[in-house]
Design a protein around this ligand. Structure first.
Ligand SMILES: Nc1ncnc2c1ncn2[C@@H]1O[C@H](COP(=O)(O)OP(=O)(O)OP(=O)(O)O)[C@@H](O)[C@H]1O
Ligand SMILES: [Mg+2]
Length: 322
């Protein structure tokens, strides 16, 4: 549904995107993560046609956006709905009229657009708030109205730029639940830019990590999360911060991807490291497999090296942590 090929975008001397290849199949929810300045917003702007790539192609639903301009581009854009961190609702219009607004611009008759807007508000669970003005709605409710508005033109793709960053945890849950149900019920393809790894874990089927304008890693969540030692795996299953203040001791981080916890503990015990040495751990079950990491605090560099070699001999990934 979304295909990027050798996408490159240069601003003056700054290379914002380089050799981006990405395919997101129809009906998939794909997350884009990366540090500030990695190129996430530039990528989404290239997808909407707001920014013209320096080279490479952007294809959405079989239509190459890079070759479109004027009416062709406007038509292609109708396939794309946008949801932002801050919903720009029109304060002087009710929720219903905000949702109907894009239809009004598209020339849809009054009765039809209001009926459609009501249907969309029902869909996002705000059917009884149609007559409310934005000032009478909570942040989460406004975001729902924004989503309903983005769906008005029946897009095939929904691009979300930090859709939950301004919301609290329980509202975030609700919005993510809504996005998932849009995918399940409408078959819409979703691209979510987020800095919240919890969002990626919660609803994404696949994820891309951008670093310095390039794809550092892309894949299914279950795959990338169980890649021993990978940056994305570490970010997706974070460990609580631990500190050691004693100069001699060392931290060893062990990956549990596809490895039984008892096997790790046995290997550790064999080199004199007991379970008491575990300072922090995070384990999750993804698609029936345990993934996660453990941090051991060991007495010396020698013991750290001994533990790492013993684990590696058993095929378990371990490394000294900073
Ligand atoms: N219009 C522009 N003119 C010049 N440089 C730009 C422009 N837009 C983006 N850049 C540069 O391109 C790079 C990527 O920026 P981008 O906004 O895509 O990052 P981002 O991943 O969205 O970051 P953030 O998480 O902070 O929003 C940065 O180095 C940025 O300074
Ligand atoms: Mg950005």
């Amino acid at each position: 549904m979304i295909e990027l090929r050798a996408l490159r975008k240069v601003f003056g001397g700054t290379v914002a995107l380089e050799e981006i290849d990405l395919s997101v199949p129809a009906g998939e929810i794909h997350g884009i993560v990366g540090r500030s300045g990695a190129g996430k917003s530039t990528l989404i702007r290239c997808l909407t046609g707001l920014e013209k790539p320096s080279s490479g192609t952007v294809t959405i639903d079989g239509l190459n956006l890079t070759h479109q301009s004027g009416p062709g581009l406007r038509k292609a854009r109708r396939n794309i709905g946008m949801v932002f961190q801050h919903v720009n609702l029109l304060d002087s219009r009710t929720a219903l009229k905000n949702v109907a607004h894009p239809l009004e611009i598209a020339g849809v008759g009054k009765a039809e657009r209001l009926a459609k807007a009501q249907e969309l508000l029902d869909f996002v669970g705000l059917g009884d708030r149609a007559k409310n003005y934005p000032s009478q709605l909570s942040g989460g409710q406004k975001q729902r109205v924004g989503i309903a508005r983005a769906l008005a033109a029946e897009p095939k793709v929904l691009l979300c730029d930090e859709p939950t960053s301004a919301l609290d945890a329980s509202t975030t849950e609700q919005i993510l639940g809504l996005i998932r149900s849009l995918r399940d019920r409408l078959g819409i393809t979703v691209l979510i830019i987020t800095h919240e790894m919890a969002v990626v874990r919660e609803i994404c089927d696949s994820v891309t990590l951008l670093a310095d304008g390039r794809v550092a890693r892309t894949g299914k969540i279950a795959e990338v999360i169980s890649e021993p030692g990978s940056v994305l795996a570490k970010e997706l299953v974070p460990l609580p911060p631990v500190s050691i203040d004693d100069g001699a001791s060392r931290l060893v981080e062990v990956s549990l991807a596809g490895t039984d916890l008892p096997a790790v503990l046995t290997a550790a015990r064999n080199v004199g490291v007991s379970a008491d040495a575990i300072l922090a751990g995070a384990v999750e079950t993804i698609e029936g497999r345990q993934v996660g990491r453990l941090r051991f605090n060991v007495a010396s560099t020698d013991q750290a090296n001994g533990l790492i070699s013993a684990l590696q001999a058993d095929g378990i990934y371990a490394e000294e942590a900073a």
